[in-house]
Design a protein around this ligand. Structure first.
Ligand SMILES: Nc1ncnc2c1ncn2[C@@H]1O[C@H](COP(=O)(O)OP(=O)(O)OP(=O)(O)O)[C@@H](O)[C@H]1O
Ligand SMILES: [Mg+2]
Length: 289
């Protein structure tokens, strides 16, 4: 990538949807380096996530696994980021730290300007519950519990009143297009519907960021694109999304793709001409076909 193009991509990544005007403003006027740096500093202050020279070691008896080897990155509000890389390259380790499920061995992690690296487990749990929604490959729904009750679950650990909790769960199910499945049990829903309940459950505490580790790993092609439709829709409404995937065609639905190799960030590019999942779905066969 040539220098000017890289600057453009960095600016693009730094500017939120509402700031698209600023991006074209900068491009049209060919801003000086110092002006671009000033813009970038302002954008950095509004970063949802900022990671600086992050390392993670796992101690396994005598051996030490160096899972992350100096990762630095910034993720802005309303970004939709896909993380790719070979098995063992550090993707889940990175996501677990972003999600406050684990702490870096060294380096800094700022989540909405809070220095997460300095907090203990108890504080991390609080931060996690307030700011982060998780979606995993296996949907992890409770079998004897309806879609609505599954969605409501994370609110039980908050001080929100019962009526409000129910209202939020109903809203979250509606956001993923499952308002009419509230009373269904997991066994009465398709894989894609179960994953959508898992997304609703991740959204119910109104997090700042949605983290998804291989959310389409257990789904067929069409159902995977349906989940991407939900993600693009939520992202259009301003939700920041970070998603790990092994599939390039799924990563292309994001706005930006990072590639990890051997614990390092090797590529970080904006997605050009990304497809709309809703359009792609029109070209894919349905079950009835
Ligand atoms: N809890 C752990 N204890 C020891 N080593 C670990 C632990 N978790 C991960 N590792 C090691 O750290 C490295 C990175 O693992 P990680 O799970 O982040 O990879 P990944 O990119 O998510 O792979 P995959 O695509 O297979 O999910 C691997 O070498 C792995 O064996
Ligand atoms: Mg993984």
């Amino acid at each position: 990538m040539c220098g000017r193009w890289r600057q453009r991509v960095r600016l693009q990544a730094h500017c939120g949807a509402e700031d698209q005007g600023r991006e074209s403003f900068a491009q049209n006027r060919m801003l000086s380096t110092s002006q671009i740096e000033a813009l970038e500093t302002a954008a950095a202050a509004s970063a949802v996530i900022r990671v600086e020279d992050m390392h993670k070691y796992y101690e396994l008896g005598e051996t030490r696994v160096h899972a992350l080897r100096g990762v630095s990155a910034e993720i802005q509000r309303s970004e939709f980021l896909a993380i790719m890389g070979a098995s063992g390259s550090g993707k889940s380790t990175f996501m677990n730290i972003l999600g406050c499920l684990d702490r870096p061995s060294s380096g800094r992690y700022l989540l909405e300007a809070i220095d997460v690296s300095k907090h203990d487990k108890r504080a991390l749990a609080l931060i996690r519950n307030q700011k982060i929604g998780f979606v995993f490959q296996g949907f992890n729904l409770l079998a004897r519990t309806t879609a609505l009750e599954n969605t409501e679950l994370p609110t039980l650990y908050t001080k929100i009143e019962k009526a409000e909790r129910r209202k939020r769960a109903v809203e979250a199910l509606a956001m993923v297009g499952l308002a009419d499945r509230a009373e269904h049990y997991p066994s009465q829903m398709s894989g894609g519907q179960q994953q959508r309940v898992a997304v609703a459950r991740a959204l119910v505490n109104r997090p700042s960021i949605l983290l998804a580790d291989e959310p389409t790993g257990n789904l067929d092609s069409r159902t995977s694109v349906e989940i991407m439709e939900v993600f693009q829709d939520l992202n259009d409404k301003g939700l920041t999304i970070v998603m790990v995937t092994h599939e390039l065609d799924i990563a292309q639905f994001a706005k930006r793709v990072m590639v990890f190799r051997d614990g390092k960030l090797r590529k970080d590019d904006a997605v050009l001409n990304r497809p709309r999942a809703s359009e792609v779905l029109k070209t894919l066969p349905t079950l009835e076909d």
